[in-house]
Design a protein around this ligand. Sequence first.
Ligand code: ISE
Length: 338
Amino acid sequence: MLRVGIIGIGAMGTQHFLRLMNVIHDATVTAVSDVFADHAKEVIAPYPGVRFIADPIELIRDPEVDAIVIVSADKTHEEFCLEALKQGKYIFCEKPLSASAAGAKGVVDAEIAGGKRLIQLGFNRRFDPAYKELKEIIVSGKLGAPLVAHCAHRNANYPAQYDDVVAVTGTAIHEIDTMAWLCGDYFTKAQVVFPKTSRHSKNENLHDPQIILLTTSSGMVVTAEIWVNCQYAYDIRCEVLCEDGTATLPRHARVDVCTANTHYTGMTSDGLGFFAEAYNIEFQAWVDACNAGTYCKEAASAWDGYCAAVTTDSCLKSQKSGLIESVPLTDRPDFYKD
Ligand code: ISE
């Protein structure tokens, strides 16, 4: 039984807590930590075996915690990963690995120095059945080489603090990792284009929507539309254009309704619910790997987190310059090759 400690028990952390306690086999949560102690204590109240530990570093070092789930604020991920690596504990870290490529590189270096792959990064799309099918079709080569991918990542509504930086490091980063994984390639160039901004943008530092253009090492181009106040629902789209056909991500199956001369299909604004199945599969894979004393090969590694951070750094640079910026990635080290 894997004994897990969770740092960060906000909306997503609470879901991961409940998932680990009620859905995932062979794991249990023994401790949680959060800056909002009252809320955390409320969440764990129905589970008497779970302790609240105010200091996250103390939680990481706790002898009754074998593995750490990091769902705290983005800027804290790097520090908690480094401490958990030092303690030789398994880590599930939500993206981003670090707020910057330099920070992510520090985590990669520390993991390599420790000699064991301990970090799984929470890029959940890699476990989503629809994305997996899309990847299988591309990898099979039936459609020929992929040339272009169009992605859209739309959130219904975001709070006022959401700005251009988070739109890239918190939202676009999903498209960046998913496309690198789907195409088995990495990016060499990035540019951000700002169309007219929606009146629904609540922050003068948020261009909404924005379009990210990425070029892979093989010359494939990815367009990623990031729109975090689209108003209507949570909507994720992807279409890949290949030499001999196209492959399009299916819409989530919902009932199709006909009434009063209209025809509609429901949608949801709940991004966590939208990918619930992917999260469940992802967490079971993580727990199984930890219990087997290894890492999950299907999951994103710290190196993938570093590649995503180098790409987001270039996007942030392009937001300021308006230019095509290079993405300075180096070869994947042997340590991360499978
Ligand atoms: C959030 O952090 C996520 O991971 C969601 O999947 C994404 O839709 C959202 O834009 C991010 O802020």
